[in-house]
Design a protein around this ligand. Structure first.
Ligand code: ADP
Ligand code: MG
Length: 338
């Protein structure tokens, strides 16, 4: 007797959700990324009880029409790629069409959205079940409300780390996405208190001060270099201001925040002779390159990317940083000698 059965969509979504949305901060990440992909100029994030009670992300991006507002919840449904060849030049943060389906499978979601020339609509899903849709009123853009996270997957609920750890994780991903998108205005509220905001002025000095606390950019050094068609921009906070961990080193590729041990180490090595042992810098490295030279499709959360020549790139980054810091030190000591 055959025993294998094809899973229904809802069950498949619930299982897949574990990879994309394992904790509140990953939902915050997916929703902000969708707003960025929708060309929003302003993104407001509201968090209640570290996201377990409620997460609201509002944007003034493109919005969706009636049919897309429904399709958005289907797994593997995306407006960002259409064919295999699109996989080689991904400029958007999303493309897998998984996040909304996954989030809707493990929470209660309301999606309110309005495209410029169409009517505003609200679509509601609970635990992967379509509940209803109705007309609503809204300016162009999207508001997604995620409530009672993991209410139907109690095992996941227990797995969530401490409240403090979740709070840090949410602020951390908010910070990186804000630092990756200097032209977008961001606001983060936690339990109705404004925690952070940026002004979207495309000014890294102002942006870094807003994220890490004012005045740290006083002696900041900026460089803009090219290496084999890769543009490498660095924003190096003065080595006088240090951290005891590496976590305030951020690497971005084509406006995507990535976690890459070798490139982070390259930043540490570039600062090496300017810092005391066990002290680490605050620095941003923005890389712009042809998307064909990198593979973002390594893991569902897309923090990891594969570069074609990572080692040489790491070496170059280290070199540019050392050079920029040395130049700065020289200018200062020259001034003393005058
Ligand atoms: P992906 O981002 O990989 O395409 P998602 O499940 O996150 O997959 O979203 C599915 C689709 O829903 C997106 O491709 C996009 O067309 C639409 N969408 C999601 N969020 C927004 C938003 N904030 N504004 C406009 N469209 C959105
Ligand atoms: Mg997405």
């Amino acid at each position: 007797m055959s025993v294998i059965k094809q899973m229904d969509n809802r069950l498949a979504n619930m299982i897949a959700a574990g990879e994309v949305v394992d904790r509140p901060s990953s939902i915050v990440k997916e929703l902000i990324e969708n707003a960025i992909d929708a060309q929003a100029k302003e993104i407001i994030v509201e968090i209640y009880e570290v996201g377990m009670k409620k997460i609201i992300v509002s944007d003034n991006g493109s919005g969706m029409d009636f049919s897309d507002a429904h399709l958005a919840f289907e797994r593997h449904a995306t407006s960002k790629i259409a064919s295999e060849k699109d996989l080689n030049h991904i400029y958007t943060l999303g493309f897998r069409g998984e996040a909304l389906a996954a989030i809707a499978a493990v929470s209660k979601v309301s999606l309110k959205t309005k495209m410029e020339d169409s009517k505003a609509i609200e679509v509601i899903y609970h635990g992967g079940h379509f509940i209803k849709d109705n007309q609503t009123s809204l300016n162009t853009g999207t508001i997604i409300t995620v409530e009672d996270l993991f209410y139907n997957t109690p095992a996941r609920f227990k797995y969530i780390k401490s409240e403090q750890a979740e709070r840090y994780a949410i602020i951390d991903i908010f910070d990186r996405l804000a630092l990756a998108n200097p032209k977008v205005r961001f606001k983060l509220f936690m339990d109705e208190k404004l925690v952070k905001q940026t002004y979207g002025k495309d000014d890294f000095f102002q942006l870094i001060d807003q994220i890490y606390g004012s005045k740290i950019t006083n002696d900041m050094i900026k460089f803009d270099q090219k290496f084999q068609n890769i543009e490498i921009k660095g924003y190096l906070v003065s080595p006088k201001i240090t951290r005891s961990r590496k976590k305030d080193i951020s690497i971005f590729v084509n406006h995507r925040y990535i976690k890459n041990y070798k490139l982070i180490q390259a930043v540490v090595d570039g600062y090496h002779s300017f810092l005391m042992t066990n002290k680490y810098p605050i620095a941003l490295i923005h890389l712009s390159m042809d998307p064909q030279l990198l593979d973002v499709n390594v893991h569902p959360q897309k923090y990891e990317v594969k570069f074609v020549n990572e080692l040489i790139l790491a070496f170059q980054i280290e070199h540019f940083i050392r050079e920029a810091l040395e130049k700065k030190t020289h200018t200062i000591s020259d001034r003393y000698q005058e």
